[in-house]
Design a protein around this ligand. Sequence first.
Ligand code: DC
Length: 216
Amino acid sequence: MGFNIAIDGPAGAGKSTIAKKIAAKKGYIYVDTGAMYRAMALYLLRVGATLEQIDEKCEGADITIAYENGEQVVYLNGENVNSYIRTEEVGRMASISSPNPRVRRKLTELQQKLAANADVVMDGRDIGTCVLPDAQVKVYLTADSHERALRRYKELKEKGEPCELAIIEKDIIERDHQDMTREISPLKQAEDAVLIDSSHMTIEEVVDAVIALCTT
Ligand code: DC
C-alpha cells in the first residue's frame, strides 16, 4: 500500500483545491472521486436511465482514469469526458445516482485499485470511512454553509455567471442533507479523522495543517 491521504467533507469545503495542492507538494497522485460519480451520471443521462433503471444501466459504463499533463482525466467507455461532467445537470444526476449500491461498489473498487500501489490524496464523501479505511492520514474538511456559499458565489461571479447567494446557500444545505442522510456510505467524519474547519483559514493554512499530519 502506498501512502494514502483521505479527505472527506461537504460540497464547497475546498477539498479539491486543498487535495490538489497537497498532491503537488508531496508528489502524490490526486484522485477526484466526485469526477467518477459525475462520469457515471453523464452515462446515465446519455442512456436516458430512469431512477428505477440505474441499477441495471450502470453496468454499461466503463469508467477509467488516466493522468495527462498532471491532470486527472476521466474516460467513459473510452471517451475523455472531463469537459462534460461539471454541469449542474450532471451534478444533480450524480447526487441522485451516487446512493445506488451497484454504482458505489463499481466506483469504490476502482478507487481502491488506484490507491493500492500509489501514494494518493483522494477526496470525496466516504474515503476515510469506506474506500480507504486504513489510510495513514484522514481529514474531515468542512466550513460553515454560509462561507461555502460565499466562496461558490464569488467563483461564479468571476466567471460572469448569473447567481444569487441565497439560492446557492439553500442548494448547499440541501446537498449536505442528502449526502449525510443517505443509507449507504453517508458523508460523516471517520472516528479517526482530524476535523479541519476552514471557515476562517486560508488555503495555505489548511494545506500546511494537513501536511503536518503526514508524519507516519
Ligand atoms: O464532489 P462532487 O460535487 O464532484 O461530487 C459529485 C456527487 O458525487 C455528489 O453528489 C456526491 C457524490 N460523491 C459520493 O457520493 N461519494 C464520493 N466519494 C464522491 C462524490
